[in-house]
Design a binder for this molecule. Structure first.
Ligand SMILES: Nc1nc2c(c(=O)[nH]1)N[C@H]1C(S)=C(S)[C@@H](COP(=O)(O)OP(=O)(O)OC[C@H]3O[C@@H](n4cnc5c(N)ncnc54)[C@H](O)[C@@H]3O)O[C@H]1N2
Ligand code: MOO
Length: 576
């Protein structure tokens, strides 16, 4: 971008350099190859250094050479290792975020590559956004500059420095700004309200998972696994009869030994001599050296037992490790802790797992008009959200731990953000964006960083998601009860999964039972199933109460630009 210092151009109120510094603030040490600007407008790593490449503007590989040299300057970095991870980040990525860079580091650690590069939304490899093994970067830079004279102007490209083993990782939000048009497009994008999908992506990309700990799966419904769940016992862990029948030794016919019956729960060992058969129950341990034959496959006459001529020859036993072996991976990292997972843990002898528990939420109902009286005084209304929102939050994978009221004063809002130790504060009402609006003001005073400031969605347009400097997430839900609940069900499952390190919730889609026209923004509308599995979607909704959710199966998220008979996203609600 001739005539301008590109890295000092601003998008979303921050310089491009500032976006890069904020995204790399988690690193142990950051080197900026370029001039130090008069002010830094973003939080940055504590150990932040500036250096210049020789010659100035001598191209990316010389910049990498200068950066590598500056990393090692100073005493404190005692044991540099070839396996240290060096991230390279160009300072022209207005939407780059820490989590994207962390996932590059994660990919480098988990793969057999010497460098992992980002690919952008168009599938282009961004060679300046990568995680390298330090030794590979050093060797690559040396090889690329071998025989290159420092008087040569532009120098080689990063491709000349690539190691043999490279990998790529598709990442959101690594589009670079190369032209004034790119810059204008980035500024427009930063101003545009996100639709549901973009808001969910921003939530998942920008929220760091909570710390993990060990716990019993059965105590942590709503949490997610922080490590894969690995079987501590094979299944079954002893040979078990799968049927009521006979434990038989040898090929048959057999002589029945009626003195012995092996039942489920029987300890010890039962000896069965060759040619003998003993009764065995489903779930009983199979005597050594026998197979099991179910009753239906046998004929008995006196002490003589035979296989029916038409019965298949098979062992009706479950043998040790037949379903899984000791050490088998039974659920991947990020899997939600469901009743099925809890039960599987019990089957596999897994007492505790590494997990992230459902995020704890303080619920705050704002509004001077709210009342608990059956007959509220003039101008007041009954609080119809507070008593039920916790149930919806649990449905979304969150753990509501407190509910309280907040008056429409700055002091009360400041306290609502500051008090308590929950991971998340959900505030209902007062979400308008006016300058005098209590929530926006309180967020600004607290220095909260916005992640979502409004949605291109109705209801829910004034929804906000922000993070306070202490790391607490603040979610502003619009005050109208239907708006609050619909927005919660549409985005909070993504919040819960982001904070627990879980996978994105699986979206469901359904075909409409009748044409549904779209509007310029996404609409969240009550939907009911029909007998043929299609969806009947209301064409409008009253938002001041939840009556529309009575006799309703789900919400339809009707997005703009679809054809009237195209599928709509179905946002699940607690079953009626
Ligand atoms: N000039 C404009 N005004 C409004 C707009 C707009 O675009 N321009 N949007 C409207 C929409 S849509 C909504 S939703 C609300 C969102 O405003 P707030 O989040 O600031 O919510 P409040 O003003 O505090 O409350 C809105 C409404 O809901 C009632 N309410 C709030 N909490 C409860 C509760 N716990 N139980 C029952 N009812 C509750 C409150 O009394 C208000 O009637 O803004 C519109 N205005
Ligand atoms: O958010 Mo209001 O969000 O349309 O009822």
């Amino acid at each position: 971008m001739p005539g301008t210092d590109k890295v000092l151009a601003t998008v979303d109120g921050r310089t491009l350099l500032g976006h890069a510094l904020a995204a790399t603030a988690f690193c142990d040490r950051v080197v900026v190859v370029g001039p130090r600007p008069p002010d830094l407008d973003a939080p940055a790593a504590t150990d932040l250094r500036f250096t210049r490449e020789t010659p100035h503007f001598g191209g990316p590989v010389r910049a990498l050479r200068a950066g590598l040299a500056a990393i090692d300057r100073g005493e404190e970095y005692a044991t540099p290792s070839d396996d240290d991870v060096v991230l390279t980040v160009s300072a022209d990525l207005p939407f780059v975020h820490e989590n994207a860079l962390r996932s590059l580091v994660g990919a480098l650690r988990s793969r057999e590559a010497d460098a992992v590069f980002a690919t952008d939304g168009a599938g282009r490899v961004q060679y300046l956004v990568g995680a390298w093994r330090r030794g590979a970067l050093q060797r690559g830079v040396a090889a690329a500059l071998d025989g290159v004279d420092d008087t040569m102007e532009r120098g080689p490209s990063v491709r000349a420095a690539l190691p043999q083993a490279t990998a790529t990782l598709a990442l959101d939000d690594v589009e670079d700004v190369d032209t004034p048009e790119d810059l204008a497009a980035a500024r427009t994008r930063a101003e545009r309200l996100p639709d549901l999908d973009r808001a969910r992506r921003a939530i998942r990309a920008r929220l760091a998972p909570l710390p993990s700990r060990r716990g019993r799966p059965s105590d942590h419904s709503g949490g997610c696994l922080a490590d894969p769940m690995v079987a501590a016992r094979p299944f079954p862990h002893f040979d078990t009869s799968a049927m009521d029948g006979w434990a038989v030794a040898g090929p048959g016919p057999w002589v029945v030994d009626d003195r012995v019956v092996v039942t489920a729960g029987a300890g010890g060992t039962t000896a069965v001599a060759d040619g003998r058969a003993v009764r065995i129950a489903t779930g009983a341990p199979v005597p050594v050296g026998t197979t099991v034959i179910r009753d239906e496959f046998t004929v008995r006459s006196g002490a003589d037992l035979r296989r029916r001529p038409d019965a298949p020859v098979r062992d009706d036993a479950r043998r040790v490790g037949e379903d899984w072996a000791l050490g088998a991976v039974l659920a991947p990292v990020g899997h939600p802790i469901t009743p099925a997972l809890m039960s599987t843990a019990l089957s596999a002898g897994v007492e505790t797992v590494s997990l992230r528990a459902a995020p704890r939420v303080d619920v705050v109902l704002s509004g001077d008009e709210l009342s608990d009286l059956v007959d509220p005084p003039p101008g007041a209304i009954r609080d119809t959200v507070g008593p039920v929102l916790p149930q919806y939050l649990r449905w979304c994978g969150l753990d509501p731990v407190s509910t309280r009221r907040c008056r429409d004063t700055d002091d009360d809002f400041d306290a609502a953000l500051a008090d308590g130790d929950a991971d998340v504060v959900v505030i209902v009402g007062a979400t308008g964006f006016g300058a005098a609006d209590p929530l926006a003001g309180a967020l600004a005073r607290a220095g909260a960083r916005p992640i979502v400031r409004g949605l291109a969605c109705r209801p829910g347009g004034s929804t906000s998601v922000s993070v306070t400097p202490s790391g607490r997430l603040v979610i502003g839900l619009p005050g109208n009860p239907f708006a609050a609940v619909a927005t919660a069900c549409a985005i909070l499952p993504d919040v819960a999964r982001a904070l627990t390190g879980g996978r994105a919730p699986r979206r469901q889609y359904g075909l409409p039972a009748h044409p549904i026209s779209s509007s310029p923004v996404t609409r969240l509308l009550p939907a009911t199933t029909t007998v043929d599995g299609r969806w009947r979607v209301a064409d409008s909704v009253r938002t001041a109460h939840l009556a529309a959710l009575v006799d309703c199966d789900a919400l339809a998220a009707v997005s703009p630009g679809r054809e009237p008979t195209d599928a709509v996203e179905i946002v699940p609600l607690p079953p009626r």
